[in-house]
Write a protein that binds this ligand. Structure first.
Ligand SMILES: [Zn+2]
Length: 139
């Protein structure tokens, strides 16, 4: 993947919505990129119900702290991840972790780990998902 692919995230908007985005960014004098970041940061919704893949029963949504092991220097470094919302099956006593979500989470945690390594800091022992997922605090 080249740097061009990494920079752009394409959203499909119709002509009217494009005009609204331009107008709103002009009125508030912010770049569209900044407007998108702020909109994503501000987005809140109820997490849809999930069904357990094992027993087919409805799972509950939990944000309880969880262990997140990462391989590091041929060993395993554990990060305690706080506030990560996910399904939990009370009957199977297991988290329900969706593959694409976990792949994206892994990528996000990798940024954190690489940042710490770059600045020769210790690897994080704990991460708060609520802080991790904020876009507009960067730069
Ligand atoms: Zn289950």
């Amino acid at each position: 993947m080249n740097s061009e692919n990494q920079k752009y995230l394409v959203a499909s908007l119709n002509e009217r919505n494009k005009v609204i985005a331009k107008l709103k960014s002009n009125i508030f004098s912010i770049k569209i990129d900044e407007l998108v970041k702020k909109a994503i940061d501000a987005f809140e919704a109820e997490i849809p119900a999930v069904t357990c893949h094992r027993c087919n029963k409805q799972a509950v949504i939990t944000s309880k702290s969880m262990d997140y092991p990462i391989p590091f220097n041929e060993e395993c470094h554990n990060i305690v991840l706080h506030n990560f919302p996910r399904g939990y099956c009370k009957y199977c006593e297991k988290d329900i972790l969706e593959l694409r979500t976990m792949a994206a989470l892994e990528e996000l945690i990798k940024f954190e780990v690489l940042y710490n390594l770059k600045y020769e800091k210790e690897l994080p022992k704990e991460l708060d998902f609520k802080k991790l997922i904020v876009m507009s605090s960067e730069e």
